[in-house]
Design a protein around this ligand. Structure first.
Ligand SMILES: [Zn+2]
Length: 343
């Protein structure tokens, strides 16, 4: 199986992270990728640097203005007096402001608030290149799947919290959504995205909310007590043509293998009923019982069994890396998942 990866993805090294009012070191570190890369090498996956993406492939998911912001804003930020090393917004437009006609401002300070969801997605000069390379890996993996061969995208930074025009939660470009759109463009009539990261894939859900050709299924920690806090509830099922094509399986704190795998099985059943022709898996490993900011309690065996349940669908599959922040364990969890996926 091919695994798409570029060393460019190591350049992005976010520092800022705000937790319970405390500024601490960011968890989304380059060493995560090195741990996953070592596992790919040990598994003898065929490591491939993806080709450059065409702008149109990115604009199938993201707005032009947002892509320009990620690429160009660091230079504008660097021209500010007494600026920090990374763009971190200190104000976001609220629904009240949108109701009153809120507009994108010219200042990079305001644009930072407009194009980000939270403080967990600092933008530095290196961010664009790394996020773009991760997205290119997801697109290349989708090209493989379109040809009938499952593939892994070692996507770092991750993507599932990014909306069409907003970064958030360590995510900038939505790699899973880009892969799903590429599969659609290459002829799959129905594509399903199954997100098993511990956090709800709010960005992916937002992108496909009104779509009936891409089903979005997420298994995650209950947002009443866990990021992204506001969405990911069981009652969210899409709208308009997309009504019924978003499915959410929020789980209580401490849910272990049996409960988590039952939800994964429910997600698999929904995807099979939908009749998906191709699959995108947002593979996060932060449901692990050993996760530093943990909420769920999945074991290594649990990830292997999830891999087997997903592989059992026998569909061309793009495996897109999402979260998982226990650097020492990440490679093992990927190994176990892939062994289950294709034993
Ligand atoms: Zn996560």
């Amino acid at each position: 199986m091919k695994a798409f990866w570029s060393a460019t993805q190591l350049a992005h090294a976010p520092q800022f992270f705000l937790q319970r009012g405390v500024v601490r070191k960011n968890f989304e570190v380059p060493a995560r990728a090195e741990s996953l890369l070592a596992a790919c090498e040990a598994l003898k996956l065929d490591l491939v640097v993806p080709p450059p993406a065409e702008r149109a492939a990115l604009e199938a998911v993201h707005t032009a203005a947002y892509l320009d912001f990620l690429r160009d804003a660091p230079a504008d930020w660097a021209a500010l007096p007494e600026h920090g090393p990374e763009i971190v917004a200190n104000i976001h437009p609220s629904p009240d402001m949108f109701a009153n006609g809120a507009k994108v401002p010219e200042s990079v300070i305001g644009r930072a608030g407009w194009f980000t969801l939270d403080t967990a997605c600092p933008v530095a000069p290196e961010t664009w290149g790394s996020a773009l390379a991760a997205a290119e890996g997801a697109l290349a993996a989708a090209d493989e799947a379109a040809a009938g061969r499952s593939a892994y995208a070692l996507a770092r930074p991750p993507g599932h919290h990014a909306y069409a025009a907003r970064a958030g939660g360590h995510c900038y470009l939505n790699n899973a959504a880009l892969a799903a759109e590429r599969l659609r463009a290459k002829g799959a009539a129905r594509v399903a995205v199954l997100d098993i990261d511990a956090h709800h894939g709010n960005g992916t859900q937002g992108i496909f909310w009104q779509r009936d050709d891409v089903m979005f299924v997420s298994v995650h920690g209950d947002p009443s007590h866990y990021y992204p806090w506001f969405v990911g509830h069981a009652g969210e099922r899409g709208a308009g043509a997309g009504e019924g094509f978003s499915r959410n399986f929020p789980l209580a704190r401490g849910t272990a293998d049996d409960g988590w795998l039952a939800a994964v099985a429910d997600g698999v059943a929904a995807i099979e009923a939908f009749g998906a022709e191709a699959l995108v898996i947002s593979v996060g490993f932060d449901a692990s019982k050993d996760e530093p900011l943990g909420f769920l309690a999945v074991t290594e065996d649990g990830f292997a069994r999830a891999g087997a349940a997903i592989g059992g669908m026998r569909l061309p599959t793009v495996l897109v890396q999402e979260g998982g922040y226990n650097v020492a364990l990440l490679g093992t969890l990927l190994t176990r998942f892939l062994e289950g996926f294709a034993p």
